[in-house]
Design a protein around this ligand. Structure first.
Ligand SMILES: Nc1ncnc2c1ncn2[C@@H]1O[C@H](COP(=O)(O)OP(=O)(O)OP(=O)(O)O)[C@@H](O)[C@H]1O
Length: 226
């Protein structure tokens, strides 16, 4: 299984006590599955992504990415695994203003130490896959919000991740463009056999996912139980 969380617990100090943000989370996301996670503001959705993405270390429990338990890794090894096996797509696409769409992807190839011709071909293929073949040389301000998110999806796939973590990608988009982004995420999840966790406030997108769970006070529950 590509992404596994077992009995994961995270809390933050809150005055004299602590607020439990993730409460004994168990989750398995297999390759090729788009899992949508909804839930009210403050319920722990972003914290779940931070722990799954090796950005925050939980107090208890284990997170396993692509067969590797994160708990046993030194910080440098964890950083390497994050770079090589985990892709992130953010609420705002977080693109570099001075870089073209193609350069945003090539930056990943540079960071991973393989910026050659094969990487350039992969970058062009991915941009074509997200519908931007003819806009590869545009900078972010020359793209629409939906197009910027498409670049963000292509960039996240550039490093050939096993896990894709997506935080509110539709929040700045209207319904049609939001639907198109979630459908794109579902399709590339299937094609690239990545394990994708999509956090969204918006329950209208849930039918597009392969599976949907709800965060409720730090627990992950089925929608029927929420
Ligand atoms: N670094 C931190 N220190 C202290 N408390 C934190 C920290 N990060 C998050 N929290 C708290 O943890 C809880 C869960 O936050 P989280 O961002 O995971 O929720 P969320 O479901 O993603 O919310 P939203 O939908 O508003 O983005 C909140 O009560 C938040 O205030």
């Amino acid at each position: 299984m590509t992404l596994t969380l077992a009995d994961v617990r995270l809390s933050y100090p809150d005055g004299d006590s602590r607020t439990v943000v993730l409460d004994r989370i168990g989750l398995v996301v297999p390759p090729g599955e788009l899992l949508a996670v909804t839930g009210p503001s403050g319920s722990g959705k972003s914290s779940l992504l931070a722990v799954a993405g090796a950005l925050v270390t939980p107090e208890a429990g284990t997170v396993t990415v692509d067969g590797v338990p994160l708990g046993g890794l030194r910080p440098a090894e964890r950083d390497r695994l994050r770079r090589s096996r985990i892709g992130f797509v953010f609420q705002q696409s977080n693109l570099l203003a001075s870089h073209t769409a193609l350069d945003q992807l090539m930056l990943i190839a540079h960071i991973n130490g393989a910026p050659g011709r094969a990487a350039a071909e992969r970058a062009r293929r991915l941009l074509a896959r997200v519908g931007l073949a003819d806009k590869a040389h545009r900078r972010p301000h020359q793209l629409s919000g939906g197009e910027r998110q498409r670049v963000g999806v292509a960039r996240a796939l550039m490093g050939d991740p096993a896990v894709l973590l997506v935080d509110e990608p539709t929040s700045a988009l209207d319904h049609d463009r939001g639907t198109a982004i979630v459908e794109l995420l579902r399709d590339v999840t299937h094609e690239h056999r990545v394990a994708t966790v999509l956090v969204t406030h918006d329950t209208q997108y849930l039918p597009l996912a392969d599976r949907a769970l709800r965060m409720c006070d730090g627990r992950l529950v089925d929608h029927a139980a929420a």
